[in-house]
Design a protein around this ligand. Structure first.
Ligand SMILES: [Zn+2]
Length: 242
């Protein structure tokens, strides 16, 4: 579900080097800055273990390991962030992500002032409708808000692409940070969630939105702290709702 494309590419290149010898290896060295040396970090959360992955250029993914039923109320959400693995230097994007998640679960009021880590999953490295959808969701739909699949499609520039928005949500490599849990049906129904509907319900309740409440548009506030997360090629223009 959360592929780590870069590490696979890296492996493939090493195999390639072995076959083609020194000349190819030099060519690979010349492109070394374009590969990703992946680091991982596991943190505890009210939803169980979360595995964060990334390279020095940015975050690649958040994976919900599950294993814990999210039955504790938001008031009991405080769980110390914990580093369980990882050796060597911890990368800045991972540290920023840990701090962000810690605030999300424990002190959401400070979220707006926190930096959002740069994102470097391959899905963010080329222009696509999915990338646009995820970017709009990240920048426009804030804590405590929801948006319908259709509204998000419109925000991303194609009001008739609600179904494709569902596909983009399933492709989201960075759940929670990119809040696909805030995307619900225009009828007010919860809709799907790759981490399980129970997790989606918990996250929305944590944000103060009881299940079944009708969706409304994402806010039009665009705070500076969110900008730049996708790099200079990303559009950061807030779009109208309709
Ligand atoms: Zn990377």
């Amino acid at each position: 579900m959360f592929d780590i494309h870069c590490s696979r590419q890296s492996t493939a290149r090493h195999v390639f080097c072995g076959i083609w010898g020194t000349a190819a290896y030099l060519l690979v060295l010349g492109r070394m800055d374009e590969t990703c040396e992946m680091k991982y970090k596991v943190v505890d959360s009210p939803l169980g273990k979360l595995e964060i992955s990334g390279c020095e250029r940015g975050l690649h993914g958040i994976k919900l390991h599950g294993g814990k039923t999210p039955d504790t109320g938001p008031a009991e959400a405080a769980a110390p962030a914990e580093q369980l693995g990882g050796s060597g230097a911890v990368l800045e994007p991972l540290l920023q992500c840990v701090a962000w998640l810690d605030a999300y679960f424990r002190e959401p009021a400070v979220l707006e002032g926190l930096p959002v880590p740069a994102l470097h999953h391959p899905i963010f490295q080329k222009e696509s409708f999915t990338r646009q959808v995820l970017w709009k969701l990240l920048t426009l739909v804030k804590f405590g808000e929801t948006v319908s699949y259709q509204q998000l499609a419109a925000l991303a520039g194609n009001p008739r692409a609600a179904r494709a928005v569902g596909g983009a949500m399933r492709s989201n490599p960075i759940p929670i940070l990119i809040p696909c849990h805030r995307v619900v049906c225009s009828s007010g129904a919860m809709g799907n969630y790759s981490g399980g509907v129970g997790v989606k319900e918990w996250l929305l309740a944590h944000e103060g939105r009881p299940a079944g409440k009708a969706a409304r548009g994402g806010g039009s506030r665009a705070t500076g702290s969110w900008r730049g997360a996708l790099g200079s090629t990303a559009s950061s223009q807030p779009a109208g709702r309709d």
